[in-house]
Design a protein around this ligand. Structure first.
Ligand SMILES: Cc1cc2nc3c(=O)[nH]c(=O)nc-3n(C[C@H](O)[C@H](O)[C@H](O)COP(=O)(O)OP(=O)(O)OC[C@H]3O[C@@H](n4cnc5c(N)ncnc54)[C@H](O)[C@@H]3O)c2cc1C
Length: 447
């Protein structure tokens, strides 16, 4: 094999990509800047270092989307899952690992692979030719970040995420909330009803502000800047600036009429907007927050209509380098403007160790198939991998794109099953059964 695959970054994604491609017979070079150049979060020079929690989250492959992703990665011979299983420590239904032996084992396995070599040092330029995967993660070095930005344009690369909480549409109480765009703007009925609106009385608003001000906030990690950018202030910072700030910001009630009570003007309104083309996920507009997860869920459930809300993800603000994948990448994770470069991992706008490794697995397989000139068939959207990659490369709203973790809201509904909480168990089982069959079929010709 003369055509090498170069992978920049030996983290969760880069390690998995290297393993997959090498096992398909490709010669792989991993370019890793640590330990020569460090990040604020990594502590070692090992590959696949877990920078914070030691958990790969739920291992339930029937009722949980992350558990399903575990299953799909195991089926594909993933090194991250195999090593996690080897270094598993007790954690209830979650898959937690002994972090140092885990990273050491991944490193040893990659180093020992006859098709893999490692070149240490920071890459600061975009490669001009060859086959490349950029998997440099949320803490991509400044030099490479600037090179990526020069190619993609400043607006298409973010250095922080500002995530507003995302709610499963089916868990919103539409007896309280109603559909309407502000001032009924839009050219079609769908556009005029693009937002879900949750009304608040004055008392509800005041209690809500008190709760926000009292809620515990997550600390910024060392090395993260707590400087906020215009238009992305966390709601608690807005509330601290003045009790009315939110009512003149994301909670302004103007241009809206409560369909359930047209005579009474709401004192404030919380709006939710579609977060995916399927319409199964809604994000709470302008509600980026650093409130701790427990406190956040409690406070958000005070919003009328969201009392029973299920969250696909809670809000957060972190140091996080990620590209606008919906506009920049094709469905094989290639940079449209430079198709010899793929992106994988958290830099593509997925979130979490498992999701990052999963995108590495795919990128490694796609790149290997290209080098071997054995194209793979289109990835079924009904798999967890497919749902996630479809979301980042096309399903998500490009304008408001923020990192996403895997969840059932990304899956196409299974026809004929009950909606809402009551049907949830059956629905999730149907999603995971369908995904497992589709993933098995997709993998079979590649083995
Ligand atoms: C502080 C922090 C805490 C997090 N906590 C969690 C958590 O608890 N749970 C969770 O699921 N997710 C967490 N994440 C999110 C994310 O899932 C992990 O960061 C995950 O490791 C991402 O995998 P990755 O492969 O994309 O990037 P990484 O694992 O970070 O790997 C990227 C690699 O690229 C290298 N690199 C960067 N730039 C260059 C360059 N120019 N040249 C060569 N090498 C380079 C880095 O040294 C690194 O080894 C956290 C992120 C951060 C920043």
């Amino acid at each position: 094999m003369t055509q090498k695959l170069h992978i920049i970054g030996g983290g969760m994604a880069g390690s998995e990509a290297a393993w997959q491609a090498a096992n398909l017979g490709i010669e792989v070079v991993i370019h890793e800047m640590r330990p020569t150049v460090e990040t604020f979060a990594h502590r070692t020079g090992n590959f696949a270092e877990m920078v914070c929690s030691n958990s790969l989250r739920s291992d339930d492959d029937e009722q949980n989307a992350v558990g399903l992703l575990h299953w799909e990665m195991r089926q594909a011979g993933g090194i991250i899952m195999a090593t996690a299983d080897k270094h598993k420590i007790p954690a209830g239904g979650a898959l937690a690992v002994d972090r140092d032996p885990f990273a050491q084992s991944v490193t040893d396995a990659l180093m020992a692979h006859p098709n893999i070599s490692v070149e240490y040092g920071e890459i600061t330029e975009l490669p001009k030719d060859g086959h490349w995967i950029i998997a440099t993660g949320p803490l991509t070095s400044q030099g490479l970040g600037e090179a990526i930005q020069a190619e993609t344009g400043a607006d298409a690369l973010a250095f922080f995420d500002a995530i507003a909480p995302i709610v499963y549409s089916e868990s919103i109480n539409m007896d309280v909330a109603w559909l309407q765009s502000r001032y009924d703007k839009g050219n079609s009925e769908e556009e005029r009803k693009a937002y879900v609106n949750c009304p608040m009385t004055k008392d509800q608003y005041e209690a809500f502000i008190d709760a926000i001000l009292a809620a515990e906030q997550a600390e910024f990690h060392e090395g993260e800047t707590a400087g906020y950018f215009d238009g992305c202030l966390p709601i608690e910072v807005m509330a601290e600036r003045g009790r009315e700030t939110l009512r003149f910001g994301p909670m302004k009630p103007v241009g809206l009429t409560n369909a359930h009570d047209p005579e009474n003007k709401p004192y404030a309104v919380v709006q939710l907007r579609r977060d995916n083309a399927l319409g199964t996920l809604m994000n709470i507009v302008g509600f980026q927050t650093k409130m701790k997860y427990g406190a956040q869920a409690e406070v958000l459930k005070m919003i009328p209509g969201l009392e029973e809300a299920s969250f696909a993800r809670l809000g957060g603000i972190h140091r996080n380098t990620f590209i606008n994948s919906p506009t920049l990448l094709d469905d094989q994770m290639r940079l449209k403007s430079q198709p010899h470069i793929r992106f994988a991992g958290q830099i593509t706008g997925v979130e979490g160790y498992v999701e990052s490794a999963a995108m590495g697995l795919l990128a490694g397989r796609f790149a290997a198939a290209e080098i071997l000139e054995k194209p793979v068939s289109a990835l079924p959207q009904d798999t967890a991998m497919g749902a996630l990659v479809h979301h980042i490369t096309g399903g998500a709203e490009a304008k408001t794109f923020q990192p996403m973790n895997v969840n059932f809201g990304l899956f196409q509904p299974v026809e004929g099953l009950k909606n809402g909480r009551r049907g949830r168990k059956d629905r999730y089982k149907a999603y995971t059964d369908r995904a497992k069959a589709a993933w098995t079929d997709w993998l079979a010709p590649q083995e």
